[in-house]
Structure formats: structure tokens, C-alpha cells
Design a protein around this ligand. Structure first.
Ligand code: ATP
Ligand code: MG
Length: 428
């Protein structure tokens, strides 16, 4: 390929020029901003998270040791994009701060073949790996033999975060890898995990569907949306953090202190940081994330979480991934509608196959959750609209399903996926 002068630079030339450069240390007050990073825009217009310097550094260093079990001289592999919070925290800053080798991989987990990640783990003796449920669902449509082709003995743990990890996906990757797979939960706003297992301290038994227990530094509560009171074990409420937020969490919304206080701290009578996620804590203190507070739908007076319906649909063996949204309905208020991607789309090739499968999938939901939760339709699509950080853009799917404008698409990954939804709902 020919380099265009003024636009392109040759890597080797640049490398030679900067190879032995010494960059002087710049002393900063620990609250000086280190960077601004936007949230994924899953629920609306992305918010610019402003981060400090000192607290963030300390928190990252502590998590490398106590949480990720990644020690100096070893290799960590986070499959995120460096433009997202996982990339900032655990591809760039945390490994560099702690003397851990970091691996940057650009491209699909299926290219040149679905074994590429496991080959990287083998070749670089990766001890700690970090990925997302979305990525695992991509691999789930591939032959599991690729996981068995490489020596993964250096790998201690695979950590997953970013979206709910449904039990079927969790079991699939656990069985395939034969290595502990640990779900954990956090947000762009926090910069590092809020709920987690801490294998570097004491590995509590893993519970399927739970991203673990509150991480050090976080005073986490589940409170009632209506009363703001703490709810009991097994009851669903909003996950909040009692201030002060731990070091490294957002210090404000970039350029908008008022929005920072208003959007995150003003929802309840006590001043607490709202995560805008539903959660349930069980008797033993394990948390379960039940989706976002704006993902609740109201069917004939029953409040249903779309997450529960998605989880039920995931139980059908043909399904690779699914998004469920509520669509306005004259009679019932809202009805659940699903959009699912199949492990093997060719199975819809024969006459009547789609109708038959749709019936089966809807039947599965009825069997697990009862008739109220039954989706009125489950559409089969080849791609689902997601943010570039791999999160389902439910608000856009819902807008299209209701014939509205899909809204802010600045973080949409693949425009084709929107067409797929339009086609499915008969708009194109
Ligand atoms: P926006 O705030 O702009 O709508 P976003 O919330 O998707 O976008 P992120 O900060 O990238 O932006 O994602 C954090 C959210 O991801 C959490 O609030 C939660 O809803 C979801 N999430 C992260 N990890 C998990 C997990 N382990 N289980 C369930 N949900 C998770
Ligand atoms: Mg958010």
C-alpha cells in the first residue's frame, strides 16, 4: 500500500524516532482530570464522564492484584476496544501502571478463524482475560472445537462484563474453556468494578447469573424505586451507591456539574448515586442485575423486566442472542416483542420453519415465566443493533418497532442491523 504524504506515517520510522525518548514526569494534584470518556449511549445521549488521576491510579492498581490476579511480568488480554472504559482501564492504564504486559487485538473474534483469541492466550501465556457476554455469544455460533485446539493452561480466569450474562451462555463458555469464568459489573462512570468476585483475596463460590458481591470501596444498596427504602433479600430494587463514591469514580459530567448532580444523585430522598439498573440481592449477599430501570415494561398492569424474558428465550437451543423490548399496545399498555439471532440462520430455509420456531420460542417463555410474559412476536434477524461497545440498543429497536425515529445513533456499530429490524417489523 502506498503511503499518502501528510496523512500517513510509517510505523518503523516513528518507532525509531521515539524509541528511547524520555518523557519527564509531570506532577499533578490527584484530583486533576485525567480524561473524559463518554458512556455507551444505550439509554440516551452519551454522558461525558470526567475522571481524576490519583484515585483512579490507586484503584486500578488494587484491582489488578486483588481482582484480576494479574501480576508484574504476566500478560493480560482484554478484548475490548481501547476507546471504551474497559479499554482505558484494563488495556491501557492498569497494565502499564502495574508492569503487566497488555495485549491489544483489533478485529473480530472469528478472524481468521474462531480460535484466534485462544491462540493469543496460548502464544502470550495470558493469565488474565477480560471479555464481554456479547463476544461470547458471537463465538457460541461457532464450532466449540476451536476452544480445545490451544493450550490454555496459563489462563487463571476469564472475566466478563458489559451486559447481563445469561446462564446458558455462561455454562457454554465455562464448559468449553474448563477455566473459571467470572461475571462482574461496572459502568463507565465508575471506571472499575462495582460488583465482583475477588479471587485475589478469596474466591467465593461462583453463582450463575450473579456478577458477585460489592467490591471494596463501594457501599452498595438495593432500594425501592417508590419509597427509597432498602429492600429485603430477593426483592427487586434500584442498585445505588451510598456516597462518597470510591476513588477513580467520575468526579463530574464534563462541563455540566448540574447534570452530574441532577442525573445521578437526585432520584431519591436520600442523596445516593443511582446506577439506573435493577438488582436483587440474595440471602448470602450475592447480587443479580435485572436490567436497566428504563427497560421495564408494563403488560396489562404487570411490570416485567425485559431481561427475564431475554433469559427465558436464551434457553431455547437455537438462539444465539436476543433483545426484548416493550411495544405500545392499545389493550395491554405494552406487549413484549423479541428480536433474535439464530446460531444457524440456515435452519429457516424451509417453508414454515420460521413460524414453527417462533411458536417454540414463545412457548419457552410461557413455560418459564407464565402467559403474561409471552412475547406477541419473536422476529428472527441476522444482526441486532448494538453500540460499538457491544451493548444492545434497545431504545432504537423499540422506536423502530413503534414506527418512531431511532434516536441518537452516534454509537451505533453496524447500520445494517437497523435495516434488519426495519425489515422484520415490515417498514422497508
Ligand atoms: P448509557 O449510560 O449512555 O446509557 P451504558 O450504561 O450502556 O450507556 P456503560 O457505562 O458502557 O454505558 O455500561 C454500563 C452498564 O452496562 C451498566 O449500568 C449495566 O446496565 C450494564 N452492565 C455492565 N456489566 C454488567 C453485568 N455484569 N451484568 C449486567 N449488566 C451489566
Ligand atoms: Mg449507563
Amino acid at each position: 500500500m502506498k503511503l499518502v504524504e501528510g496523512r500517513d506515517v510509517d510505523y518503523e520510522t516513528i518507532r525509531a524516532k521515539h524509541m528511547d525518548a524520555e518523557v519527564p514526569v509531570v506532577w499533578l494534584e490527584s484530583n486533576e482530570p485525567s480524561y473524559i470518556l463518554y458512556t455507551s449511549g444505550t439509554t440516551g445521549i452519551p454522558k461525558g464522564v470526567q475522571r481524576d488521576t490519583g484515585g483512579y491510579t490507586v484503584a486500578l492498581a488494587a484491582t489488578m492484584q486483588h481482582l484480576y490476579c494479574a501480576y508484574p511480568g504476566e500478560a493480560m488480554f482484554a478484548t475490548s476496544d481501547i476507546g471504551w472504559v474497559v479499554g482505558h482501564s484494563y488495556i491501557v492504564y492498569a497494565p502499564l501502571i502495574t508492569g503487566v504486559t497488555t495485549i491489544m487485538y483489533e478485529g473480530l473474534p472469528t478472524n481468521p478463524d474462531p480460535g484466534i483469541w485462544w491462540k493469543i492466550v496460548q502464544d502470550y501465556k495470558v493469565t488474565s482475560m477480560f471479555s464481554s457476554p456479547t463476544a461470547v455469544r458471537v463465538l457460541k455460533s461457532q464450532d466449540p472445537k476451536y476452544m480445545k485446539m490451544y493450550d490454555l493452561s496459563a489462563l487463571r480466569y476469564l472475566f466478563l462484563a458489559g451486559e447481563p450474562l445469561d446462564e446458558p451462555t455462561s455454562r457454554w463458555i465455562n464448559d468449553g474453556l474448563a477455566r473459571p469464568v467470572l461475571d462482574h459489573y461496572w459502568q463507565t462512570e465508575t471506571g472499575w468494578p462495582m460488583l465482583t468476585y475477588l479471587p485475589g483475596v478469596e474466591l467465593k463460590p461462583n453463582r450463575f447469573g450473579s456478577p458477585g458481591l460489592p467490591n471494596f470501596g463501594y457501599n452498595i444498596k438495593v432500594i425501592s424505586e417508590g419509597t427509597g427504602e432498602e429492600v429485603g433479600p430477593g426483592e427487586k430494587g434500584v442498585l445505588v451507591v451510598v456516597p462518597p463514591l470510591p476513588p477513580g469514580n467520575l468526579s463530574t459530567v464534563w462541563g455540566d456539574d448540574e447534570r452530574f448532580v441532577k442525573s445521578y444523585f437526585s432520584g431519591f430522598k436520600e442523596m445516593v448515586y443511582s446506577s439506573f439498573d435493577w438488582a436483587v440481592r440474595d440471602e448470602d449477599g450475592y447480587y443479580f442485575i435485572m436490567g436497566r430501570t428504563d427497560d421495564v415494561i408494563n403488560v396489562a398492569g404487570h411490570r416485567l423486566g425485559t431481561r427475564e424474558i431475554e433469559e427465558a428465550i436464551q434457553n431455547h437451543p437455537a438462539i444465539a442472542e436476543v433483545a426484548v423490548i416493550g411495544v405500545a399496545d392499545k389493550l395491554k399498555g405494552q406487549v413484549p416483542v423479541g428480536f433474535a439471532r439464530l446460531k444457524d440462520p440456515s435452519q429457516l430455509g424451509t417453508e414454515g420453519a420460521a413460524e414453527k420456531l417462533e411458536k417454540e420460542v414463545i412457548g419457552k417463555v410461557q413455560e418459564i415465566l407464565g402467559a403474561v410474559a409471552k412475547p406477541s412476536r419473536v422476529h428472527f434477524v441476522t444482526a441486532l443493533p448494538k453500540t460499538r461497545s457491544g451493548k444492545l440498543l434497545r431504545r432504537s429497536i423499540q422506536a423502530l418497532a413503534e414506527g418512531r425515529d431511532p434516536g441518537d445513533l452516534s454509537t451505533l456499530d453496524d447500520p445494517n442491523s437497523l435495516e434488519e429490524v426495519r425489515r422484520a417489523v415490515g417498514q422497508s
